[in-house]
Ligand binder design. Structure first.
Ligand code: CP3
Length: 353
């Protein structure tokens, strides 16, 4: 019994895990990036009762509650822990604020060797204990209904925020550092990578059944730069994590898909601009592909959502697939439309899956 428990066999719905490992599934599992929070009135109610986003992230019982909401309300095949990728720089000593309707903001940023020395590879168990506590509560409350996904930002995406200080269309300050000071850039990326590995391993110890690495800003680097400053560190993370399946979602990394086929991970996330047939040719069913409906498709009517979702499923065919969007849900998408997407995936006429 203990053995089964440790192996994660205690899940009554383990479609996501089996699909990630390339095992046989009765149907394609479905979940959505950014399903926790944002679109649900039930989330906003809790969120509005607090001082802000950070309080929710740092209060384990509430973070667990909003993590489980989409499982209850939307009937997805996985939960993703409610947190943010920016808890990592926060734990390293570079704290962020989440400004209402604007997004993340860092009062100080990393620009010099001296700045780099001021941040540390933290004792994650201590500094990020609120995340692990939230994972433990969530696992207990989910009681094996669906797997729980843990996550972290990829080093390049975290580097972007730590150097730029806030969101940006171009991330030109972050890119400037790559050109002006590649040595410092690599030192910072190494520090982030070491912290991220410790962080993901601690999430797994706390109960995460699968982990996803988000490289949201992969697409702003050219091929050579992404290989040197992005993929190199994602590769290190993938090599370090062998406890649970790993998903890598590098948004916009069109020029490095061939190299991504060599990553030591189970699943590759595809954004909505990635051509499914091309990806199938490159990954050759050696990895599971996740995605990739355009999130904006969920602004259309039910009939169109059904048609677009079925079209997407037809493209993946009977190859290894986890249904999702090509990026996160937008806050103003109607939850009923999200349900239509999920129900369409579940009702698809699966043959030879
Ligand atoms: O997927 C989930 O449902 C789990 C929770 C989750 C959040 N952020 C909660 C959140 C996850 C996986 C993230 C990841 C994240 N955070 C990424 C990578 C994924 C991606 O979308 O590319 C990035 C780049 C961030 C950084 C971040 N956090 C930004 C830029 C913003 C502001 C703009 C926005 O997207 O809303 C956030 C805030 C944030 N993170 C919110 C939520 C629910 C909205 C805060 C609120 O409640 O008002």
């Amino acid at each position: 019994m203990l053995f089964l428990y440790i192996c994660g066999m205690n899940l009554s719905n383990d479609l996501l895990i089996r699909a990630a490992k390339g095992e046989k599934v009765e149907r394609t599992p479905v979940w959505l990036m950014r399903q926790a929070g944002r679109i649900l009135p039930e989330y906003r109610k809790i969120r509005n009762s607090l001082s802000g986003f950070k309080e929710l992230v740092e209060t384990p019982s509430l973070a667990a509650e909003v993590t489980i909401q989409p499982v209850d309300i939307l009937d997805v095949d996985a939960a993703i822990i409610f947190s943010d990728i920016l808890v990592v720089p926060d734990a390293m000593g570079l704290s962020y604020e989440m400004i209402e309707k604007k997004g993340p903001f860092f009062r100080t940023t990393i620009q010099s060797q001296k700045d780099l020395e001021s941040i540390e590879i933290p004792d994650v168990e201590d500094k990020l204990s609120y995340v692990f506590e939230a994972i433990k509560i969530t696992k207990k409350e989910l009681n094996g209904r669906v797997p729980l996904i843990g996550f972290a930002g990829a080093p390049w995406t975290i580097f972007s925020y730590m150097t730029e200080g806030q969101g940006s269309k171009t991330f030109s300050k972050a890119k400037k550092m790559l050109y002006q000071n590649p040595t410092l850039s690599h030192q910072l990326l190494n520090k982030i990578t070491d912290t991220t590995i410790l962080y993901l391993k601690a999430q797994i110890r706390a109960g995460a059944d699968l982990v996803q690495v988000f490289d949201s800003w992969a697409g702003i680097l050219n091929k050579e730069q992404y290989l040197e400053f992005g993929m190199k560190y994602v590769n290190k993370i993938c090599d370090a994590i062998d406890e649970v399946p790993v998903t890598v979602f590098s948004k916009g990394a069109y020029s490095t898909l061939h190299e991504m086929a060599q990553l030591n991970c189970n699943t590759i996330g595809l954004d909505w601009n990635m051509d499914v047939q091309n990806a199938k040719n490159i990954f050759n069913n050696n990895k599971t592909l996740q995605g990739n409906l355009d999130p904006c498709a969920l602004y259309s009517d039910f009939k169109t959502i059904e048609t677009k979702t079925n079209l997407m499923l037809n493209k993946f065919g009977n190859s290894r697939h986890i249904a999702n969007l090509g990026h996160g849900l937008y806050p103003d998408i109607n939850p009923e439309n999200v349900k239509c997407f999920i129900e369409t995936v579940k009702a698809y006429n699966y043959q030879n899956k």
